[in-house]
Design a protein around this ligand. Structure first.
Ligand SMILES: [Zn+2]
Length: 443
């Protein structure tokens, strides 16, 4: 009996180290595993069959044959990043996927299926390897009150989501209470995650029944109950208490500071004009550029508007400052946060995630906390922590190799030396080539 047990353990261990011809070795690298705030120096990482199969010290004698050796000296290996608020707007999914991968993003959540789009096919093509791209998750259509006029509409919408296989139902509007309650109940019954904007006309507790609230901005428009003041008028202590309530509810919150910054920049002539000189403009589809850089951009109409006697540009800047302050409180109190930039307007796919990271760092969030919100927390949220989110044995080889330590300054996330997506090594030359192809496709 004992003998069998020992034998079977031995068998399992050798089985999990299946070295094959495609084995990649990253030699002498510093690992940021994301299991704790730690850097493991001088490590050797073996990747095979799309998985991390072994990690050992580089001081050990090398006793395995490998196909590709990557010099990891003075470089940092982190889990692939998650862009949790992505919108696909061009007609060129290949270009978007390249932009995401080039920026170290190996998990992406598309936040709406607009008319004419078919995100389940994109998801399918990525999962079968027909398209190289990040692990792809998607909501169904962008749903508003018009989609839910009756209880029957609620039932049929949820049924439709289950039939099509969407990962999430996205709600982006206020609903009458009976309709909202029915929708929450139907989603629970069918095990469908309901996410999106908050119910701004209802006390916050109702919105906490969703799986995630997708913008910190939503909290600008909320109250805890009808008699109470707006959250953005709360004292520091009240904000802390609120963050603890959110944490204890288990809800996840998407950040999306970048898109709010974009809106602010549209309200100011000089920052709006500066968009034209943005060197990343070449990575935005021409039809999008034409709309957002012109006066057709709807946010330009807001610039002369006043709200309660305050000019929109001033008010929105105050809002943004409050959002950053609240962001810090949410992170400090261990609310489950998800990094997302909201690739809309001039928020450029792929590149916008590091911008989001910079806003979070400016808000006072520590780099390790930011990385958690882009690796471990999204993995848990997506039900994928068993296979992604950390650099540890047995996890999928979705990794980013950086030239500088991101724990010292989150902007070091831009020092990408290479990306491993589904076990495939994409080096600096491949990345430059991918970016060039995108630029040409958008010419
Ligand atoms: Zn969105």
């Amino acid at each position: 009996m004992k003998l069998t047990l020992i034998f079977s353990i031995f068998f399992v261990i050798t089985e999990s180290f299946s070295f094959t011809k495609d084995t990649i070795l990253i030699e002498n690298v510093n690992i940021i595993p994301m299991t704790e705030e730690i850097v493991l120096t001088n490590q050797r990482v073996f990747i095979s069959g799309g998985k991390i199969i072994r990690i050992e010290s580089s001081k050990e004698p090398l006793s395995y044959k490998v196909n590709i050796t990557i010099d990891g000296s003075e470089k940092y290996l982190i889990p692939g990043l998650a862009e949790m608020h992505y919108h696909y707007r061009s007609d060129n999914i290949e270009s978007d996927l390249k932009l995401l991968l080039a920026n170290g993003i190996t998990t992406v959540r598309n936040m709406a299926e607009f008319n004419g789009q078919d995100h389940m096919t994109i998801k399918e093509r990525i999962s079968t390897g027909d398209l190289l791209g990040p692990n792809y998750f998607t909501t169904g259509p962008y749903l508003t009150a018009n989609n839910f006029l009756t209880i029957r509409d609620v039932e049929s919408t949820v049924e439709d989501h289950k039939k099509k296989g969407y990962d999430f139902l996205k709600l982006a509007d206020n609903l009458p209470l009976p309709i909202y309650l029915k929708l929450i109940e139907e989603c629970q019954k069918h095990n469908l995650k309901i996410i999106g904007h908050a119910q701004r006309d209802l006390p916050l507790e109702f919105s906490m029944r969703m799986n995630s609230i997708e913008h910190i901005e939503e909290f600008l428009y909320l109250k805890e109950n009808n008699s109470k003041k707006e959250l953005y008028k709360y004292s520091d202590q009240e904000l802390k208490n609120l963050a603890i309530k959110l944490r204890n509810s288990g809800i996840y919150i998407g950040t999306t500071l970048t898109v709010f910054d974009f809106i602010n920049k549209c309200l100011n002539d000089s920052t709006f004009t500066a968009f034209k000189d943005d060197e990343l403009l070449k990575y935005l589809a021409p039809d999008q550029r034409n709309v957002w850089l012109s006066e057709k951009n709807d946010y330009r109409k807001l610039k002369e508007k006043e709200f309660n006697g305050v000019k929109a540009p001033v008010l929105f800047q105050e809002y943004f400052n409050w959002m950053k302050k609240f962001t810090k409180v949410l992170f400090q109190n261990q609310v489950s946060m998800l990094t997302g930039s909201d690739t809309y307007g001039m928020v450029i796919v792929g590149f916008s995630l590091s911008k989001e990271f910079s806003f979070l760092q400016d808000a006072g969030v520590k780099p390790y906390q930011i990385l958690l919100a882009s690796t471990v927390v999204p993995a848990r949220y997506l039900g994928r922590y068993g296979v992604q989110g950390t650099v540890t044995v047995g996890k999928n080889a979705d990794l980013v190799l950086l030239g500088k330590n991101p724990l010292e300054d989150i902007q070091n996330i831009n020092s990408i030396e290479g990306v491993i997506a589904k076990g495939k090594w994409i080096d600096r030359t491949d990345i430059s080539k991918m970016l060039k192809e995108v630029e040409e496709s958008f010419n």
